[in-house]
Design a protein around this ligand. Structure first.
Ligand SMILES: [Zn+2]
Ligand SMILES: [Zn+2]
Length: 184
C-alpha cells in the first residue's frame, strides 16, 4: 500500500515529538541527579558553529551590541553572571586570564570563540591591533607613494609617521615653486 504524503508527514512529526520528549526527559533526569553544571568547554562547543575555511567557532547564542557573544554562568550562590563568550572560552580552554589583560581575537571575528584564535594581550596592544585608524596606519609598511617606513626613511611628526622621501620631495618642490613665483 502506498502511504499518502500527509500520513508520512504526520508520522514524521510524531516521531520528532517522541524524540524531543525523550530528549527532555533524559535532560531533566540528569539535572535532578545533582547540581553539577555541564562543563563550560562542552557548552561553548555546543553553542558555536565551526567554520571550515577560517577555523572560527561562530557563537550561536546571544550577542551584545558590539557583536561579542555572551554566556550566563552560574556562580556558587545560585546566581548567574553574564560573561563575554570569548573570555569564557579562553578561560575554559586556555586557563585563567592574567590580571589586567584583555582577550584579543587574532581572526578579528568578534563572535568567534575558538580558543586558538584568542590571545590575552594588554589593552594598548589590543587597540594597536584593532581596526582604529591609528592601528591601520600603524600597520602600514609603506607610504602612499611606496617608500618603505624603515628607520632611515621615517620621521615622526605629531605622533604620526611621515615618509622622509616624500617630505623632502615636497620641500624641494615648494622651494622651486617659491623661487619661480618670487622671480629669484
Ligand atoms: Zn576566529
Ligand atoms: Zn613616501
Amino acid at each position: 500500500m502506498r502511504v499518502r504524503p500527509d500520513n508520512a508527514e504526520r508520522n514524521k512529526s510524531e516521531q520528532m515529538r517522541a524524540a524531543t520528549s525523550a530528549y527532555h526527559k533524559g535532560r531533566k533526569k540528569n539535572y535532578r541527579c545533582g547540581p553539577v553544571a555541564r562543563p563550560l568547554c562542552d557548552r561553548i562547543k555546543d553553542r558555536s558553529m565551526p567554520v571550515p575555511w577560517s577555523g572560527c567557532w561562530l557563537w550561536l547564542g546571544a550577542l551584545d551590541r558590539d557583536g561579542y557573544g555572551h554566556v550566563m554562568i552560574k556562580t556558587g550562590g545560585g546566581n548567574e553572571i553574564r560573561r563575554g563568550a570569548h573570555r569564557a572560552s579562553y578561560e575554559a580552554f586556555n586557563g585563567a586570564i592574567p590580571d589586567g589583560l584583555q582577550i584579543d581575537h587574532l581572526c578579528r571575528v568578534r563572535c568567534c570563540v575558538n580558543p586558538d584564535h584568542l590571545e590575552a594581550v594588554s589593552c594598548k596592544e589590543n587597540l594597536h591591533r584593532g581596526e582604529t585608524r591609528a592601528a591601520i596606519n600603524g600597520r602600514k609598511t609603506h607610504c602612499k607613494n611606496g617608500h618603505p617606513f624603515n628607520d632611515s626613511n621615517t620621521v615622526v611628526s605629531n605622533n604620526k609617521r611621515v615618509c622622509r622621501t616624500c617630505r623632502n620631495d615636497r620641500a624641494l618642490s615648494d622651494y622651486y615653486r617659491n623661487r619661480i613665483t618670487n622671480g629669484t
